[in-house]
Design a protein around this ligand. Sequence first.
Ligand SMILES: [Zn+2]
Length: 86
Amino acid sequence: MAEICPLCGNKSLIKRNGKLHFDPPKHISTETVIVKDARWEQCEECGEKIFSVELEMEIDRILRERCSIQGKPWKGLSWADDELVG
Ligand SMILES: [Zn+2]
């Protein structure tokens, strides 16, 4: 039941669920975000992860809170920037 990955074009995008580990862009946080009971799609070829809107919002919320604790300004989670860093 794999689907085509928008990044590498291989038919290796599979639905995943469980505990998600997400490495945020370094300028936001150096600690990995862990979301329990997450659902996402992941490419087995290139490792590209595709998040649902709900999951993006959850990660956004966690990082926003983390920035606020550290006294950093919140500039939003730019997914494009993340791709450049990775
Ligand atoms: Zn891929």
